[in-house]
Write a protein of this length. Structure first.
Length: 135
């Protein structure tokens, strides 16, 4: 199926409106070369935001995660080595539940996540196809 135009499942209408295609494209392009840690996603999003408040940053990251997971472009979960290569093992949650867990763990940190904290993101084949088209 063509995932580029289907609305994410399990996300409200507010979070499915395109956030900023440049932010999404940046994250997808970075994901072509490696699995992404949440700290890296946060950094990429922060670099593109007009507003720098913690609330705006969390909202933008939540929106991005909902979009890429909901459209089937990425999985979010824990990183596990398989034959010497890190792969993301999905939490197996809906986009909405995934975002809720990320935000809860982020709030518990009481700061922005650092490398290795909270979760990892890995592109699916559909996500790789979209990312390659944005290069």
């Amino acid at each position: 199926p063509d995932h580029r135009h289907s609305a994410p499942v399990g996300c409200d209408e507010e979070s499915t409106r395109p956030l900023n295609s440049r932010i999404t494209a940046d994250v997808l392009r970075e994901g072509l070369f490696d699995t992404l840690q949440l700290a890296e996603v946060v950094s990429l999003v922060r670099a593109q935001l007009d507003e720098s408040s913690d609330r705006a940053l969390r909202s933008a990251v939540a929106h991005l995660i909902c979009e890429v997971v909901g459209r089937g472009w990425a999985v979010v979960g824990d990183a596990k080595p398989v034959e010497g290569v890190l792969h993301v093992v999905s939490w197996g949650r809906s986009p909405e539940e995934t975002v809720r867990r990320i935000l809860e763990e982020w709030r518990n940190l009481e700061r922005n996540p650092e490398l290795g904290e909270i979760c990892w993101l890995e592109l699916t084949e559909a996500g790789r196809t979209v990312a390659e088209a944005t290069q």
